[in-house]
Design a binder for this molecule. Sequence first.
Ligand SMILES: *Cc1c(COP(=O)(O)O)cnc(C)c1O
Length: 375
Amino acid sequence: MSFDVPFIRPVFPPSRIVGQDFDDIVAANWYTNFGPKEREFRSSLEEFLGEGNHVVTFSSATIALMGVIQSVLGRGDQSKSVIVPSFTFAAGPEAIQWAGYAPLFIDIEPESLQPSLADAERALRERPSEIAGILLGNTFGIGNPQMAMWERVAGDYGIPLLVDSAAGFGSNYPDGSKVGTAGLAEVFSFHATKPFAIGEGGAAVTRDADLAQRLHSFQNFGFEGERGAVVLGINGKLQEFNAAIGLRQLVGFGGAIQSRRSVLRAYRDEIAGGAISMPGGIDESSVCFASLVFPNRTVRDRAEREFSAARVETRTYYFPPVHMQPQFALADRVNELRTTEEMSDRILSVPVHQDMSEAAVALVTGVLRHCKDFC
Ligand SMILES: *Cc1c(COP(=O)(O)O)cnc(C)c1O
């Protein structure tokens, strides 16, 4: 089925511009392996994030997550766990398994949809010898309002705090600091579905220069200079062509975020005073999409049908939550994950585009107005 308003519609530079970049790459005869485009993109990302941040680009966020987990915790033998929310995209828990660890699922908070700090603290208190690390998810790319407390708790227990901020490039934490600068390392995705889209790609950010060096080695087959492979690495390099698109996307990215936020405000104005809500902090995010929380599954499902009838494509992120997916059926969890299961039944995510036409915004707000009546 085709939609008048598709769930995503990234804006890429025109073919004339991309064609020039491609000509540059061919002229340089340098297609991947940290060429001039990748190096310039990397330093532009460091500039964007501010002084002291080291960026390592990757071919995807998933490979970056594998690299961060292995490079910080060491390669696991499946005997230790990494705390992770189940209300996330499967790539995080999958990266935990690839690095040799078992995911230990925690629940989320009902208002913010962010991972439950109380659950993590209980797990750290009750099974300290079992836990190797925490992979916090910044839900939907929204900066966790309790990040300072997470950092303190992780510090108190001496447990590394890693952050999956895949959809959060361009988001801010409530204190105004940039998403990307918390924990030991944060990971971004630049996949076509994210607000900062280059096709396939990602990055890890850390203030630890030595960790950045190990991440660089991981993505390059574990090579270290003349010695060859010193750890189990992989090919996770970002191609020159994607880096070139990233450089173009960075220009005017601030305007793109403002445009996304203004679409979000139009949706918010429409649902004001009704029973539909949005997770806190979404206004300071780069607004990958607008997640709407409905009072129950019945009205959520009805809203889904209404959007579909109006030819607006929606998604039920994150449904099913990761612990309910077959690959993770046997994975450990700290409790019943009730809030995760309830909220995954009540959420519908609707499209937010960078250059959304007034007609498209009106189509979405029109359906929202109607949803308000039956919610
Ligand atoms: C998109 C996403 C990923 C995966 O990113 P890729 O670049 O596609 O590997 C991982 N985690 C979360 C939370 C995501 O939203």
